[in-house]
Design a protein around this ligand. Structure first.
Ligand code: AHR
Length: 336
C-alpha cells in the first residue's frame, strides 16, 4: 500500500516540457466543480492513452472521457499512437502544465523511470491504468487500475480445454499464438499465463508451433495468420491475445479455404461486440473477457489520490469467460 505522503517524499530530476500540442486535447467536464474540492477549482487530470489499435481501446477511451466528464474533472487527453516516445512527451507536457494527477496506460512495460521521477519531483501523483510498468522504484506510481493479464492467459488455456472437449478433438493440438504488442504487459503476461497451464497440464499433447506479434490490430492479425498458414498448414488452434487480431485472422483462415471455429478452433481475449458477433456466427469458440470500462474506477481513485487518501496498490477488474454456446444470449447485453 502507498499513500500520498510516502509518494511525495523524494525529489529527483527536473520536469521538462514536451511539445505534444498536436496530439493533446482538452476535454472539459460538464459540471462546474470537481467532487471533493468544496466547489472550488476543478481537478485537472492528464491522461495518456496507448492509441486506437483495437475495439477494446476505443471502448476504454470512451469510458475514460465520459467518466471524467461525469466527475466534473478537466481532462487533458493525449493519444500516443502506440509510441512510447509520444507518451513520454505527453507526460512531460502534463508536468509542465502542473496537472493535479497524471494517469496513463503504458504502451510497453520498461523505460519509464526517468519521466516518472520528473513527475515525482514536481509532486504530481501518477496512476497507472490498464497496463503495468517495470520500475526500479515502486514509489514512482501510486496504484494500477486494471486486469490480471497473467490470469487471463491461464483462463485462455483452461477454456481451450473445454473448447477441445466440446469439439470432440482427438490427437495433437498445434497452436498458433498471435501476440499483442511486443514488450506490452498484456502480450508478455497473456503468453506467460497460457504457457504456465500448458507446461503443467499439456506438456505432451499441446504445442505452440507458431507465435508472433500482430500488434493488437486486425490488419496485423490477418497478415501474420496468413503467413502462419503458409508455413504451418496443419495448425488446428489459434490463441489470439485480443479479439481484433482474432477477427483479422478469421479473414486469413477463410481466404485459405478453411473454416474458422471448425478447422481451426479459436480462443481470443477481450469480449468486444465484434468478437461476440463472430462467436455467435460460430467463428470464435471462446472469449476470455478483459473489461475496458475502467473510467468510473479510475476517477474514483484519482479523487482519493488527490485527497491524500490511501488506495490499494492494484485495483483489479472483475471479468468472466464465455463459450460459443453463450454468445447469442450474451450479445444483446454487451456494453462495448
Ligand atoms: O491492454 C489491453 C489490451 O490492449 C487489449 O486486450 C487489447 O485489445 C488492447 O489493444
Amino acid at each position: 500500500m502507498l499513500n500520498r505522503r510516502n509518494f511525495l517524499t523524494a525529489a529527483v530530476g527536473v520536469a521538462a516540457a514536451g511539445g505534444l500540442a498536436a496530439c493533446a486535447k482538452e476535454d472539459e467536464g460538464s459540471s462546474s466543480s470537481s467532487a471533493g474540492d468544496g466547489g472550488g477549482k476543478k481537478l485537472t487530470l492528464g491522461f495518456s492513452q496507448v492509441g486506437s489499435e483495437s475495439g477494446w481501446r476505443s471502448a476504454n477511451t470512451d469510458s475514460v472521457k465520459a467518466s471524467a466528464k461525469e466527475a466534473g474533472y478537466k481532462l487533458q487527453f493525449s493519444d500516443a499512437q502506440q509510441k512510447q516516445e509520444n507518451q513520454i512527451s505527453a507526460i512531460r507536457n502534463f508536468i509542465a502544465q502542473k496537472v493535479d494527477v497524471i494517469a496513463f496506460s503504458p504502451v510497453v512495460v520498461t523505460g519509464w523511470d526517468a519521466v516518472l521521477k520528473e513527475a515525482k519531483a514536481k509532486k504530481i501523483p501518477v496512476v497507472l491504468t490498464d497496463r503495468s510498468v517495470e520500475t526500479s522504484d515502486e514509489s514512482l506510481y501510486v496504484t494500477l487500475v486494471g486486469s490480471d493479464f497473467t490470469d487471463e492467459g491461464r483462463r485462455a488455456a483452461k477454456i481451450l480445454e473445454k473448447v477441445l472437449e466440446t469439439a470432440g478433438h482427438k490427437g495433437a493440438v498445434k497452436i498458433a499464438q498471435l501476440e499483442g504488442t511486443t514488450g506490452a504487459a498484456p502480450a508478455i503476461e497473456r503468453a506467460k499465463g497460457f504457457k504456465e497451464v500448458m507446461d503443467a497440464d499439456h506438456k505432451d499433447d499441446w504445442k505452440i508451433v507458431a507465435s508472433q506479434t500482430g500488434d493488437f490490430t486486425r490488419a496485423g492479425g490477418k497478415q501474420v495468420m496468413a503467413a502462419f498458414l503458409q508455413s504451418n498448414p496443419d495448425i488446428n488452434v489459434l490463441y489470439a491475445h485480443n479479439d481484433d487480431m482474432g477477427l483479422g485472422a478469421i479473414q486469413a483462415i477463410e481466404a485459405a479455404g478453411k473454416k474458422p471455429g471448425k478447422d481451426i478452433l479459436i480462443v481470443t481475449v477481450d469480449g468486444v461486440k465484434d468478437g461476440f458477433v463472430a462467436m455467435s456466427e460460430g467463428k470464435i469458440n471462446a472469449i476470455v473477457e478483459c473489461n475496458p470500462l475502467l473510467g468510473p474506477q479510475l476517477m474514483e481513485v484519482v479523487q482519493k489520490v488527490k485527497d491524500g487518501e490511501t488506495v490499494e496498490r492494484w485495483i483489479k477488474t472483475k471479468e468472466s469467460d464465455f463459450m460459443q454456446a453463450q454468445a447469442k444470449d450474451a450479445l444483446p447485453t454487451r456494453k462495448y
